[in-house]
Design a protein around this ligand. Structure first.
Ligand code: MTE
Length: 299
């Protein structure tokens, strides 16, 4: 399958854990950080080093299992992820219930090292494993009228202790414009650090949209719907003044209750300096998707 990437990393670029990652390394957005072909970053730019596996898997947001950062690691083990079916419907040529095994067997799984920026102003770097959402969309065939993709998380009150609280209007839902969904950076991830995705991180399959705030990256997806209207999204429904549909990372558009200009990189320790937040989280290649759009109004 042809790929459109120029910034491949080598094994040496991924250090912690000394794990696997010997397949094709991809670090899209490297250009934006001044790193090319795995060479060291010039002065002023940072090197992209993944966070420790323990950090990524123990500091989580997955409100279906509680609102504490350690709740998902404690309670998400209860989620049954096998068998898993993803319903794909709406404006597609081949709607249906696809078993995850069937789906994944048809996809080209790669490793992608992405920066991940939460709307709460912390960030990390994650070596994901997954496939391009665009490939899945091609497989099911998108009808010409489709303009958006809607996603839904599993809702299992018996397995998810957090959904008895009305923190959000369950199930968790998210959405992307079709061109965002088709962007080659947009991933459906099935693992991280070369291991199958842990439940707390959204097993068995979750979205990853690295230029948007983390809440767009919906976990444990059971339904994907192609539609011609902008779909509702959980955080926007909960508070439209604070969370927009787009939610592109943008240091110049503050959250009403805190600044988005800087971020705290996880694993940096208590006294680590905050780092400047980059527009589109550093993934400048997506800028064209928003040509002519007012990013303050469309936050
Ligand atoms: N998806 C579901 N279904 N429920 C959630 O609470 N939290 C979101 C997003 N996806 C969330 C979700 C938020 S706020 C963030 S920052 C990321 O997941 C966190 O992903 P991580 O825990 O793997 O770092």
């Amino acid at each position: 399958m042809s790929r459109r990437w120029t910034n491949d990393l080598t094994q040496d670029d991924v250090t912690p854990e000394g794990l696997f990652l010997n397949r094709r390394q991809l670090m899209a957005g490297a250009g934006a950080l001044g790193i090319a072909g795995g060479l060291a970053a010039p002065a002023g730019a940072e090197t992209l080093e993944p966070n420790a596996y323990e950090d990524i898997t123990n500091y989580c947001n997955y409100y279906e299992f509680g609102t504490g950062k350690d709740d998902p690691a404690k309670y998400a083990g209860a989620l049954t992820t096998e068998p898993w079916t993803v319903q794909i419907d709406g404006l597609v040529d081949k709607p249906g219930d696809y078993t995850l095994t069937d789906l994944v067997s048809q996809m080209d799984i790669e490793e992608r090292i992405y920066r991940f920026r939460c709307v709460e102003a912390w960030s990390m770097v994650v070596p994901w494993q997954g496939f391009e959402l665009a490939d899945l969309l091609d497989m099911v065939g998108v009808k010409p009228e489709a303009q958006y993709v809607a996603f839904e998380t599993a809702l299992r009150p018996d397995e998810m202790p957090g959904v008895k609280y009305p923190v959000l209007d369950w199930p968790y839902v998210e959405g992307l414009r079709l061109d965002e969904a088709r962007h080659p950076l947009t991933l459906l991830a099935t693992g991280l650090y070369g291991k199958p995705m842990l439940n707390q991180n959204g097993a068995p399959i979750r979205l990853v949209v690295p230029w948007k705030y983390g809440f767009k990256s919906i976990k444990s997806v059971v339904k994907i719907t192609l539609t011609d209207t902008q779909p509702p999204t959980s955080w926007n429904k909960a508070n439209a003044g604070e969370y927009g549909f787009y939610s592109n990372v943008n240091p110049t558009v503050d959250h009403p209750r805190w600044s988005q200009a800087t971020e705290r990189r996880l694993g940096g320790g208590l006294f680590a300096r905050r780092e400047p937040t980059l527009l589109f989280n550093g993934y400048d290649e997506v800028a064209g998707l928003y040509d002519g759009m007012d990013l303050v109004r469309n936050f």
